[in-house]
Write a protein that binds this ligand. Structure first.
Ligand code: PLP
Length: 513
């Protein structure tokens, strides 16, 4: 494709995207296709000679779009939103137009410096303490691809911090030029004993980080009575048990806004426990809820003061509720030197004069991979176009809709709210007056599973289910409605709720008959 070909195809693509959004509400949310639908329609070999690009682009409409689940649809209320905005689409286009893997400042100074500035913007917007700011503090932020990558990166930094702490007084340990190398024999001695902690509500990213690092992850139980939040006492008990066994706690993941119910762990109590152990780092996973720290009136609920006091690192995803298209995960650390010590591997071919003199940041030392995408341009475009106020207004719409939905659920005699609404997430189930008080927990779960199956069989709505495990109650199967999507209106919310009520009544009728 030459420049004029791109001009033509580019305009046509923008037109097609505008038409897609204009007509999005007329589509079903879920793809009405069966497994293998696309594979059956595609040739098994790539074309040997080039095709006309208009044909290729037309195939996106006829072959790909039918197999797309429309996450930008107003009635998409599954998982959490993964919002796209026109500003971030244009930003991605510009970023790709100058495609480069920006791992060192010298690779493209603008990529590094825009990230430095926009991450400090976000730290301020979210109210993170000065230690997490690059310009004024000891830490700073980096954009990663996902909250999972952030938790893994934080775990690596935590492991190295713990090993340094454990081995610094051992014979054979060396500190040279600011870099501390833990000798292999000492690493082998301590590594197998390292344990990380989260709760039974921690996202699977905790287990996955442990799996990747070959370490163990302990899921500490939570109580329904505590709103499924991790408490300090439960964590302390687990840590003390492990220490008695000769194990070494090194990393705790606390969640601010759990995936299942939006629970906020007791960072105040957890922080207190963690601060008693020199080897433990505290990572806050706030992948979904963290952007709501932009709202001052939500900061107490989200425990901002405790985060600022105790957290070693903090992560939230702009690519969920934060108006920036996937991927854009914000990872802030209190101590950038500790992160760099853990991840800096610099062969001669990656050195640069600027980095050697310490005047620039090379973001490759803040992440797992070498190459990295130019993601900060998305934040820059979105935040400048919306302004902080526009960003806050957007968040408030989802929270208000959730409050209104909560009233609809409360008013229904067939449903009950399982945990209080958390920001824009609400968890509910069939129950209340519709079920006799002696209905067994297993039967309640079965009825709700039947409801979930009926909802899943529909294409016009998309909700997801969860199972809540706790120490003080039987497992609870329930359904989530995650609001906050950019195109979701109150009418969408009411229509989805009408579908839930209709399917709920059908389940109850079958059960009674
Ligand atoms: N943490 C929490 C609390 C989440 O809710 C999610 C996804 O919903 C994740 C982590 C995973 O995020 P990512 O896909 O960015 O790894």
């Amino acid at each position: 494709m030459d420049i004029e070909g791109f001009r033509k195809a580019g305009y046509a693509a923008v037109d097609a995207i505008c038409d897609y959004y204009t007509n999005l509400s007329k589509r079903t949310v879920k793809a009405e296709v069966q497994p293998g639908y696309l594979i059956e329609q595609l040739p098994r070999e790539a074309p040997s000679t080039g095709e006309d690009f208009a044909t290729v682009a037309a195939d996106f409409q006829s072959l790909i779009l039918p197999g797309i689940t429309h996450w930008q649809h107003g009635k998409f209320m599954a998982y959490f939103p993964a919002i796209s905005t026109f500003e971030s689409m244009i930003a991605d286009l510009y970023a790709t137009s100058v495609s480069n893997p920006g791992f060192n400042w010298v690779c493209s100074p603008a990529c590094t410096e825009l990230e430095q500035v926009t991450m400090d913007w976000m730290a301020k917007i979210l109210g993170l303490g000065k230690e997490f700011h690059l310009e004024q503090g000891s830490g700073g932020g980096v954009i990663l691809n996902s909250a999972s990558e952030a938790a893994l990166t934080a775990a690596i930094a935590a492991r190295e911090t713990a090993l340094r702490e454990l081995t610094s007084s051992e014979p054979g340990s060396t500190v040279s030029g600011g870099t501390f190398d833990v000798p292999d024999d000492l690493r082998a001695k301590y590594s197998p004993k390292l344990v990380m902690y989260g709760s039974t509500q921690t996202h699977s990213l905790g287990e996955k980080a442990a799996l990747i690092l070959g370490l163990s992850f302990r899921a500490v139980p939570v109580a329904a009575a505590d709103g499924y939040a991790l408490r300090g006492d439960a964590l302390r008990k687990a840590i003390e048990e492990d220490v008695k066994k000769g194990l070494i706690p090194f990393y705790v993941i606390a969640t601010v806004g759990t995936t299942s119910t939006g629970a906020v762990d007791r960072i105040d109590e957890i922080g207190q426990v963690v601060s008693e152990y020199k080897t433990i780092s505290l990572h806050i996973d706030s992948a979904w809820a963290g952007v709501a720290l932009a709202l001052e009136d939500q900061r107490a609920f989200l425990r901002l003061d405790d985060i600022n006091r105790y957290a070693t690192s903090f992560c939230t995803n702009m690519h969920k509720w934060g108006l920036v298209a996937f991927d854009c995960s914000l990872f802030f650390v209190r101590n950038r030197k500790a992160l760099n010590l853990a991840l800096d591997a610099t062969p001669a071919f990656l050195r640069s004069k600027e980095a050697d003199t310490g005047t620039v940041i090379d973001y490759r030392n803040w992440q797992l991979a070498l190459g990295r995408r130019f993601r900060s341009i998305k934040i820059w475009f979105v935040m400048r176009s919306y302004g902080v106020k526009g960003f806050q207004d957007h968040l408030r719409v989802g929270i208000d809709q959730c409050q209104q939905l909560s009233k609809l659920i409360t008013a229904s005699s067939s449903f009950e709210i399982v945990t209080p609404p958390s920001l824009s997430l609400i968890v509910f189930r069939l129950g209340g007056a519709a079920l006799p008080a002696d209905t067994l927990p297993a039967e309640r779960n079965l009825l709700n599973t039947l409801l979930n199956n009926r909802l899943n069989a529909r294409y016009d709505v998309f909700l997801t289910q969860t199972m809540l495990h706790s120490a003080d109650q039987e497992d609870v199967f329930c359904i989530r409605i995650a609001l906050g999507g950019r195109t979701t209106t109150m009418q969408d919310v009411e229509e989805v709720w009408a579908v839930v009520e209709e399917e709920g009544e059908a389940v109850l009728k079958e059960w009674r008959d």
